[in-house]
Design a protein around this ligand. Structure first.
Ligand code: ATP
Length: 256
């Protein structure tokens, strides 16, 4: 593996001093696409928030580009090149797609709109539309596209497929692969669609109850499907059950 862009060692983190994740080791290298898998409440979001500097580690360490992330100043971590797309996607509903892209302030890397359309051409016909009118899949494309206009060194996407039809996820994942390859960006995605993710990512970590229960190259984990499924026991929601109606519209193929 190349040098780690994100490096968590013995990381323990949580809320008000109460640990939710314990003793996690996790790395993402340059140009790597890595998935975090696991049932609801496993600690996936907590891990991303700690890496982004929103939560202060209770124990262990997070390093981004070799420098410690201590929590408390996520703006500094963001300025150093780490982008987090939260599970609500944080697009500005009342602004147009074009205005949302420009909010990313990625102009110094060329025309940000062109950058986004290069990866997500389906947004071209939506540029003048208010983002609140987009389908869930299009909003996710916008959120990820806006993030890459800033040429991040690391990109984390929480619940990338939340509410999206599997057909959309199948199209989004290869775009994430291309972003990692083209930009040399370290990408960490929280993904519910285990089988789809393992076809595209380099490596994956499986969490349950705040602990890492499995990890390894995707090619190996694909052969351990039963073990992964067992680690999900107790999960309430199957991914397909969370597909919302708005994304039925996406099934015509929003990502080209
Ligand atoms: N702000 C908070 N304060 C206290 N506990 C929290 C807070 N946010 C999350 N938790 C708890 O931390 C645990 C892990 O939550 P987390 O959101 O990290 O899990 P997750 O794997 O991302 O699951 P989900 O898919 O449901 O978001 C859960 O038990 C949750 O209730």
């Amino acid at each position: 593996m190349t040098a780690a862009i994100i490096d968590c060692a013995g990381l323990t983190s949580g809320y008000a001093g109460v640990p939710v994740i314990r003793d996690l080791d996790l790395t993402v290298g340059e140009g790597e696409l890595v998935a975090v898998l696991g049932p609801n409440g496993a600690g996936k979001t907590t891990t991303l928030l700690t890496i982004a500097g929103v939560l202060r580690p209770i124990g262990g360490a997070v390093r981004f580009l070799g420098a410690p992330v201590d929590g408390g100043r996520p703006d500094r971590v963001a300025r150093r090149g780490l982008c987090l797309v939260p599970d609500d996607r944080s697009v500005f509903f009342d602004l147009t797609v074009r205005e949302n892209i420009r909010m990313g302030r990625g102009r110094r890397h060329g025309d940000p709109v062109r950058v986004v359309l290069d990866y997500f051409p389906a947004l071209e016909s939506r540029l003048r539309m208010r983002a609140g009118l987009l389908s869930g899949g299009e909003q996710q494309m916008l959120a990820i596209g806006r993030a890459i206009t800033m040429r991040p060194r690391a990109l984390m996407v929480d619940e990338m497929s939340l509410g999206l039809a599997p057909v959309i996820v199948k199209k989004l994942l290869p775009v994430m692969r291309r972003i990692a390859d083209d930009l040399g960006c370290a990408i960490l995605i929280v993904e519910q669609h285990v089988d789809l993710a393992l076809q595209v990512v380099d490596r994956a970590y499986v969490f349950n109850h705040g602990a890492m229960v499995q990890e390894g190259p995707a090619v190996e984990l694909r052969g351990q499907r039963d073990l992964i499924e067992a680690s999900y026991l107790g999960a309430q929601d199957a991914p397909d059950a969370q597909t919302d109606q708005a994304d039925q519209a996406d099934q015509g193929g929003a990502v080209r």
